[in-house]
Ligand binder design. Structure first.
Ligand code: SF4
Ligand code: SF4
Length: 269
Protein backbone atom coordinates (compact mmCIF):
# COMPACT_ATOMS: atom_id res chain seq x y z
CA UNK A 1 0.00 0.00 0.00
CA UNK A 2 1.25 3.46 -0.90
CA UNK A 3 1.53 4.96 2.60
CA UNK A 4 3.61 7.89 1.33
CA UNK A 5 0.76 8.92 -0.99
CA UNK A 6 -1.78 8.59 1.84
CA UNK A 7 0.34 10.88 4.04
CA UNK A 8 0.82 13.30 1.16
CA UNK A 9 -2.94 13.42 0.50
CA UNK A 10 -3.71 13.92 4.20
CA UNK A 11 -1.25 16.80 4.40
CA UNK A 12 -2.66 18.41 1.24
CA UNK A 13 -6.25 18.18 2.53
CA UNK A 14 -5.28 19.96 5.75
CA UNK A 15 -3.03 22.50 4.05
CA UNK A 16 -5.61 23.69 1.53
CA UNK A 17 -8.54 23.55 3.97
CA UNK A 18 -10.53 20.80 2.24
CA UNK A 19 -10.50 19.00 5.61
CA UNK A 20 -10.46 20.44 9.12
CA UNK A 21 -9.26 17.17 10.58
CA UNK A 22 -7.81 13.88 9.34
CA UNK A 23 -8.65 10.82 11.40
CA UNK A 24 -6.27 7.97 10.72
CA UNK A 25 -3.89 5.73 12.60
CA UNK A 26 -0.52 6.14 14.26
CA UNK A 27 1.78 3.76 16.02
CA UNK A 28 2.02 3.76 19.81
CA UNK A 29 3.96 1.19 21.83
CA UNK A 30 3.88 -1.22 18.90
CA UNK A 31 0.12 -0.93 18.42
CA UNK A 32 -1.99 0.85 15.83
CA UNK A 33 -4.12 3.52 17.55
CA UNK A 34 -6.38 6.29 16.21
CA UNK A 35 -4.69 9.55 15.26
CA UNK A 36 -6.35 12.96 15.02
CA UNK A 37 -4.29 15.15 12.74
CA UNK A 38 -5.06 18.86 12.39
CA UNK A 39 -1.74 20.11 11.07
CA UNK A 40 -0.30 19.15 7.68
CA UNK A 41 3.13 18.81 9.28
CA UNK A 42 1.85 15.93 11.45
CA UNK A 43 0.61 13.82 8.54
CA UNK A 44 3.91 11.90 8.35
CA UNK A 45 2.95 10.18 11.62
CA UNK A 46 0.11 8.34 9.89
CA UNK A 47 0.50 4.58 9.48
CA UNK A 48 -1.66 1.80 8.12
CA UNK A 49 -1.53 -1.99 8.19
CA UNK A 50 -3.82 -4.98 8.82
CA UNK A 51 -3.78 -4.38 12.58
CA UNK A 52 -5.53 -1.00 12.17
CA UNK A 53 -8.98 -2.43 12.77
CA UNK A 54 -10.78 0.29 14.74
CA UNK A 55 -13.74 1.68 12.83
CA UNK A 56 -12.89 5.38 12.76
CA UNK A 57 -16.40 6.28 11.58
CA UNK A 58 -17.46 5.85 15.22
CA UNK A 59 -15.75 9.16 16.02
CA UNK A 60 -17.87 11.16 13.59
CA UNK A 61 -20.78 11.47 16.04
CA UNK A 62 -18.68 13.25 18.67
CA UNK A 63 -19.46 16.99 18.96
CA UNK A 64 -15.78 18.00 18.97
CA UNK A 65 -15.28 16.07 15.71
CA UNK A 66 -18.49 17.37 14.11
CA UNK A 67 -17.25 20.93 14.65
CA UNK A 68 -14.32 20.23 12.36
CA UNK A 69 -16.28 19.00 9.36
CA UNK A 70 -15.44 18.31 6.65
CA UNK A 71 -13.37 15.53 8.17
CA UNK A 72 -11.16 13.16 6.16
CA UNK A 73 -11.12 9.59 7.38
CA UNK A 74 -8.83 6.65 6.65
CA UNK A 75 -11.29 3.92 5.72
CA UNK A 76 -11.03 0.30 4.64
CA UNK A 77 -14.01 -1.16 2.73
CA UNK A 78 -16.01 -2.09 5.85
CA UNK A 79 -15.53 1.41 7.22
CA UNK A 80 -16.61 2.90 3.90
CA UNK A 81 -19.77 0.83 4.24
CA UNK A 82 -20.45 2.40 7.62
CA UNK A 83 -20.07 5.87 6.10
CA UNK A 84 -22.54 5.04 3.33
CA UNK A 85 -24.95 3.59 5.89
CA UNK A 86 -24.62 6.65 8.12
CA UNK A 87 -25.56 8.74 5.11
CA UNK A 88 -28.52 6.44 4.38
CA UNK A 89 -29.63 6.94 7.98
CA UNK A 90 -29.30 10.75 7.63
CA UNK A 91 -26.42 10.97 10.09
CA UNK A 92 -24.04 12.38 7.48
CA UNK A 93 -24.31 14.71 4.52
CA UNK A 94 -22.38 13.94 1.36
CA UNK A 95 -19.89 16.76 1.90
CA UNK A 96 -19.26 16.14 5.63
CA UNK A 97 -16.60 13.53 4.99
CA UNK A 98 -13.79 12.74 2.60
CA UNK A 99 -12.44 9.21 2.44
CA UNK A 100 -8.77 8.25 2.35
CA UNK A 101 -9.69 4.90 0.88
CA UNK A 102 -7.55 1.86 1.61
CA UNK A 103 -8.25 -1.57 0.18
CA UNK A 104 -6.53 -4.91 -0.20
CA UNK A 105 -2.87 -3.80 -0.34
CA UNK A 106 -4.04 -0.75 -2.27
CA UNK A 107 -4.50 2.91 -1.58
CA UNK A 108 -7.34 4.28 -3.71
CA UNK A 109 -6.76 7.98 -2.97
CA UNK A 110 -9.12 10.67 -1.70
CA UNK A 111 -12.75 9.95 -2.50
CA UNK A 112 -16.06 11.68 -1.90
CA UNK A 113 -18.79 9.58 -0.31
CA UNK A 114 -20.40 9.10 -3.72
CA UNK A 115 -17.07 7.89 -5.14
CA UNK A 116 -16.58 5.58 -2.15
CA UNK A 117 -20.04 4.10 -2.77
CA UNK A 118 -19.10 3.46 -6.39
CA UNK A 119 -15.78 1.87 -5.40
CA UNK A 120 -17.51 -0.43 -2.92
CA UNK A 121 -20.01 -1.65 -5.49
CA UNK A 122 -17.42 -2.07 -8.23
CA UNK A 123 -14.57 -3.61 -6.23
CA UNK A 124 -15.75 -4.72 -2.80
CA UNK A 125 -19.29 -5.88 -3.48
CA UNK A 126 -18.80 -9.29 -1.90
CA UNK A 127 -17.10 -8.74 1.44
CA UNK A 128 -17.42 -12.19 2.93
CA UNK A 129 -18.03 -12.97 6.58
CA UNK A 130 -14.93 -14.38 8.27
CA UNK A 131 -14.74 -18.14 7.60
CA UNK A 132 -13.98 -18.96 11.24
CA UNK A 133 -17.02 -17.00 12.38
CA UNK A 134 -19.21 -18.85 9.88
CA UNK A 135 -17.82 -22.21 11.04
CA UNK A 136 -18.54 -21.34 14.68
CA UNK A 137 -22.09 -20.23 13.81
CA UNK A 138 -22.62 -23.58 12.10
CA UNK A 139 -21.29 -25.38 15.19
CA UNK A 140 -23.73 -23.47 17.40
CA UNK A 141 -26.60 -24.25 15.06
CA UNK A 142 -25.93 -27.97 15.51
CA UNK A 143 -26.47 -27.61 19.26
CA UNK A 144 -29.74 -28.17 21.05
CA UNK A 145 -31.50 -24.97 22.24
CA UNK A 146 -30.45 -25.82 25.82
CA UNK A 147 -26.78 -26.23 24.85
CA UNK A 148 -26.87 -23.02 22.87
CA UNK A 149 -28.49 -21.11 25.74
CA UNK A 150 -25.77 -22.45 28.06
CA UNK A 151 -23.07 -21.32 25.62
CA UNK A 152 -24.43 -17.78 25.50
CA UNK A 153 -25.12 -17.65 29.25
CA UNK A 154 -21.46 -18.49 29.86
CA UNK A 155 -20.32 -15.85 27.37
CA UNK A 156 -22.62 -13.11 28.65
CA UNK A 157 -21.72 -13.88 32.27
CA UNK A 158 -18.28 -12.43 31.42
CA UNK A 159 -19.74 -9.07 30.36
CA UNK A 160 -18.73 -6.22 32.69
CA UNK A 161 -21.06 -3.69 31.01
CA UNK A 162 -18.17 -1.44 30.11
CA UNK A 163 -19.94 -0.56 26.83
CA UNK A 164 -16.69 -0.53 24.88
CA UNK A 165 -18.58 -2.45 22.16
CA UNK A 166 -21.08 0.39 21.88
CA UNK A 167 -18.36 3.07 21.84
CA UNK A 168 -16.48 1.25 19.07
CA UNK A 169 -19.53 0.85 16.83
CA UNK A 170 -20.31 3.57 14.28
CA UNK A 171 -23.93 2.44 14.11
CA UNK A 172 -24.51 2.82 17.89
CA UNK A 173 -25.25 6.52 17.76
CA UNK A 174 -28.47 6.89 19.80
CA UNK A 175 -28.16 9.99 21.99
CA UNK A 176 -29.54 8.01 24.88
CA UNK A 177 -29.04 4.27 24.75
CA UNK A 178 -31.85 2.03 26.00
CA UNK A 179 -29.53 0.76 28.70
CA UNK A 180 -29.39 4.25 30.21
CA UNK A 181 -33.15 4.78 30.30
CA UNK A 182 -34.47 4.29 33.80
CA UNK A 183 -38.04 5.60 33.61
CA UNK A 184 -38.93 2.84 33.07
CA UNK A 185 -35.76 0.83 33.34
CA UNK A 186 -35.83 -1.59 30.41
CA UNK A 187 -32.59 -3.39 31.18
CA UNK A 188 -30.93 -4.00 34.53
CA UNK A 189 -27.61 -2.15 34.63
CA UNK A 190 -25.99 -4.65 37.01
CA UNK A 191 -23.22 -6.61 35.29
CA UNK A 192 -24.89 -9.96 35.85
CA UNK A 193 -27.54 -12.45 34.79
CA UNK A 194 -30.51 -11.45 32.73
CA UNK A 195 -29.39 -7.84 32.41
CA UNK A 196 -26.23 -8.95 30.61
CA UNK A 197 -28.23 -11.27 28.39
CA UNK A 198 -30.74 -8.53 27.58
CA UNK A 199 -28.04 -5.95 26.86
CA UNK A 200 -26.15 -8.09 24.40
CA UNK A 201 -29.20 -9.52 22.64
CA UNK A 202 -31.01 -6.18 22.37
CA UNK A 203 -27.88 -4.51 21.03
CA UNK A 204 -27.48 -7.25 18.41
CA UNK A 205 -31.12 -6.89 17.35
CA UNK A 206 -30.78 -3.12 17.13
CA UNK A 207 -27.94 -3.74 14.68
CA UNK A 208 -29.87 -6.30 12.62
CA UNK A 209 -29.68 -5.33 8.96
CA UNK A 210 -27.43 -2.39 9.98
CA UNK A 211 -24.25 -4.15 11.09
CA UNK A 212 -21.59 -3.93 8.39
CA UNK A 213 -19.47 -6.64 10.08
CA UNK A 214 -16.42 -4.45 10.69
CA UNK A 215 -15.54 -6.42 13.83
CA UNK A 216 -14.67 -3.31 15.86
CA UNK A 217 -17.04 -4.19 18.73
CA UNK A 218 -15.56 -7.64 19.26
CA UNK A 219 -12.02 -6.26 19.01
CA UNK A 220 -12.88 -3.67 21.68
CA UNK A 221 -14.45 -6.14 24.12
CA UNK A 222 -12.01 -6.64 27.00
CA UNK A 223 -13.77 -9.85 28.00
CA UNK A 224 -13.26 -11.61 24.67
CA UNK A 225 -16.99 -12.22 24.13
CA UNK A 226 -17.52 -13.47 20.55
CA UNK A 227 -19.89 -10.69 19.55
CA UNK A 228 -19.36 -11.32 15.83
CA UNK A 229 -21.20 -14.62 16.14
CA UNK A 230 -24.36 -12.70 16.97
CA UNK A 231 -23.71 -9.89 14.52
CA UNK A 232 -22.85 -12.18 11.61
CA UNK A 233 -25.83 -14.43 12.31
CA UNK A 234 -28.24 -11.49 12.20
CA UNK A 235 -26.48 -10.05 9.15
CA UNK A 236 -26.94 -13.40 7.41
CA UNK A 237 -30.64 -13.51 8.32
CA UNK A 238 -31.20 -9.94 7.16
CA UNK A 239 -29.43 -10.74 3.89
CA UNK A 240 -31.24 -14.03 3.28
CA UNK A 241 -34.71 -12.88 4.34
CA UNK A 242 -34.74 -9.26 3.18
CA UNK A 243 -31.81 -8.99 0.77
CA UNK A 244 -30.20 -6.47 3.13
CA UNK A 245 -26.77 -5.23 2.00
CA UNK A 246 -26.13 -2.37 4.43
CA UNK A 247 -23.61 0.20 3.36
CA UNK A 248 -23.79 -0.27 -0.40
CA UNK A 249 -26.59 2.16 -1.18
CA UNK A 250 -26.84 5.60 0.42
CA UNK A 251 -30.52 5.79 -0.54
CA UNK A 252 -31.56 2.40 0.89
CA UNK A 253 -34.09 2.19 3.71
CA UNK A 254 -33.14 0.16 6.79
CA UNK A 255 -34.63 -3.33 7.01
CA UNK A 256 -35.88 -2.77 10.55
CA UNK A 257 -37.57 0.55 10.16
CA UNK A 258 -39.17 0.24 6.76
CA UNK A 259 -42.46 -1.39 5.94
CA UNK A 260 -44.13 -2.70 2.84
CA UNK A 261 -47.78 -3.72 2.56
CA UNK A 262 -46.65 -6.88 0.72
CA UNK A 263 -44.33 -7.96 3.55
CA UNK A 264 -44.67 -11.60 4.55
CA UNK A 265 -46.85 -11.79 7.67
CA UNK A 266 -46.61 -15.56 7.97
CA UNK A 267 -44.80 -15.27 11.30
CA UNK A 268 -47.87 -13.64 12.97
CA UNK A 269 -49.99 -16.27 14.71
S1 SF4 B 1 -22.04 -4.21 15.63
FE1 SF4 B 1 -21.39 -4.47 13.50
S2 SF4 B 1 -21.06 -2.36 12.74
FE2 SF4 B 1 -21.05 -2.27 14.99
S3 SF4 B 1 -18.88 -2.45 15.55
FE3 SF4 B 1 -19.78 -4.52 15.65
S4 SF4 B 1 -19.34 -5.39 13.65
FE4 SF4 B 1 -19.05 -3.15 13.43
S1 SF4 C 1 -17.42 -4.60 25.40
FE1 SF4 C 1 -17.74 -6.71 26.10
S2 SF4 C 1 -17.72 -6.57 28.34
FE2 SF4 C 1 -18.01 -4.47 27.56
S3 SF4 C 1 -20.28 -4.21 27.50
FE3 SF4 C 1 -19.64 -4.93 25.46
S4 SF4 C 1 -19.89 -7.16 25.55
FE4 SF4 C 1 -19.88 -6.41 27.69
Amino acid sequence: MDLAKLRQDAAALLADGRAGLVIGFRERAGACVPAFVTDADQADALVYDDTCIANLAAYLRKPEIRQRRPVALVARPHVMRSLILLKAEHQLQGDDVLVLAVGDDTYHGVLTLAEAERLLNETYADLATDAQVLAEIERLEQMSPEERARFWSEQFAKCTRCYACRAACPMCYCERCIVEKNVPQWISTAAAGHGNYAWNVIRAFHLAGRCIECGACEAACPQGIPLMLLNALLAREARDQFDARPGYDAEAEPVVGSWNKDDDEGFIR
